[in-house]
Design a protein around this ligand. Structure first.
Ligand code: PLP
Length: 412
């Protein structure tokens, strides 16, 4: 097998300019170790894991090794891992997979979810509602967290599924999923609890035998944890029945038909192993200290800046800041020109910029949501980058505010 030449990501990403990547919640760079692990399966290590011959058995073994590694990250059994194409598919499989049989049998079924979910859950819930599932969509507090009491109050005898994200993609706010799952199971052990852990995996410990022992389904996306886009998995607790999304072969123990994405699965397995090492080495607190330095520096240097959401219960890499009077879209473009990649509290829908549904649900006005910027660090973020961001961002906000003032004075 030819030696794999693995690129060093900063040199490729920073071509010609010292770029600072602060958008890891959108996607993470793929770690060199992950690329190295998957490359052989894109080349001579090909083979269909369902084939009985040598090539097939070699890829089968690679898939099963990756499954073992993913299971170690979640402290669960390898048989409870179903590989998928990412977070969206895993969330859809969870929601439809649990609720489809009730629709088929025309039995009443109730789903409880929240207003701050990713569209992968929200749109799946809306589609199920249109087909007859009763849906309760709970609001968060101004800290971006949905209270366990709100879940307790929403439970009904025909509640069949709860879907609550573990960490929010925009604010990083960590939801009390373990407690909510406990309350649900105490009310009715038959209720299935799903959590979208796409923004938590690789950042927070996920223990399916400990804190999350009452959680039945958990969605993970590879490209939020340093593996490639188009990879993911769903944890399915032993004994939980799911109707598959796709019709086809008996892959993934009848839960996800389709020939396995071997290079992607190998990459996800390697990323899971690296995530576990990273968490065991307590690197999360180092990342949180960089994020805190960035946040405190911006709050001190930018008059009228404020944090959106909880500052105590959140992922270690995320801050969501509001710069009143600033159009975050303009700020984003100005920052990009200077080499900083960030994201703003709005989504482009049908060609128009809509304020973020998450920030609106937390009680922000549309104007406040439009002036909000998400900065999400990666494991590769450095102190130097944070210091440079602290020079660039306040100066850019001041310049944009100055321009806005001049335009106002000129009556534009
Ligand atoms: N859930 C959350 C919380 C996310 O942030 C995302 C992606 O941004 C998804 C689900 C969808 O994951 P994927 O991009 O792998 O389909």
């Amino acid at each position: 097998m030819a030696a794999c030449r693995v690129w060093a990501w900063p040199s490729l990403y920073n071509r010609g300019m010292q770029r600072i990547y602060l958008d890891a919640n959108a996607t993470t760079p793929v770690l060199p170790e992950v690329v190295e692990a998957m490359l052989p399966y894109l080349a001579e290590g090909f083979g269909n894991p369902s084939s009985a011959h040598h090539s097939g058995q070699r890829t089968r073994s690679a898939v099963e090794q990756a499954r073992g590694s993913a299971a170690r990250m979640l402290n669960c059994s390898a048989q409870e891992i179903v590989f998928s194409s990412g977070g969206t598919e895993s969330d859809n499989l969870a929601l439809s997979g649990v609720l489809q049989p009730y629709l088929d049998r025309r039995e009443p079924a109730h789903l409880i979810t929240t207003q701050i979910e990713h569209h992968a859950v929200l749109h799946a819930a809306q589609a199920l509602e249109a087909r007859g599932i009763e849906v309760t969509c709970l609001a968060p507090g101004s800290d971006g967290i949905v209270s366990p009491e709100a879940f307790a109050a929403a439970l009904r005898p025909h509640t069949r599924l709860i879907s609550i994200m573990l960490a929010n993609n925009e604010t990083g706010a960590v939801q009390p999923v373990g407690k909510i799952a406990r309350i649900a199971k105490a009310y009715n052990p038959q209720i299935v609890v799903h959590t979208d852990a796409v923004q938590a995996a690789g950042k927070l410990p996920l223990d399916m035998a400990g804190e999350f022992k009452n959680v039945d389904l958990l969605a993970v996306s590879g490209h939020k944890m340093y593996a490639p886009q188009g990879t993911g998995m769903l944890f399915v607790r032993k004994g939980v029945a799911l109707t598959p999304l796709f019709l086809g072969g008996p892959h993934e123990r009848q839960r996800r038909a389709g020939t396995e994405n071997v290079p992607g699965i190998v990459a996800l397995g390697r990323a899971a192993g690296l995530a576990l090492d990273w968490l065991k080495a307590s690197r999360g607190s180092h990342l949180a200290s960089l994020r805190d330095r960035l946040e405190a520096g911006l709050l001190a240097a930018v008059p009228g800046a404020a944090v959106n959401g909880s500052t105590t219960c959140r992922t270690p890499n995320t801050t969501n800041l509001r710069f009143d009077g600033i159009d975050a879209e303009a700020l984003l473009i100005a920052l990009d020109i200077q080499g900083i990649a960030a994201s703003f509290g709005a989504a482009c829908q049908s060609g128009a910029t809509e304020p973020s549904h998450v920030l609106l649900a937390m009680g922000l006005t549309p104007a406040q949501a439009r002036s909000s910027l998400r900065l999400s660090l990666s494991r590769m973020s450095t102190q130097d980058e944070i210091e440079r961001a602290l020079e660039i961002i306040p100066a850019t906000v001041a310049r944009l505010r100055g321009l806005a003032k001049k335009e106002k004075q000129a009556g534009l």
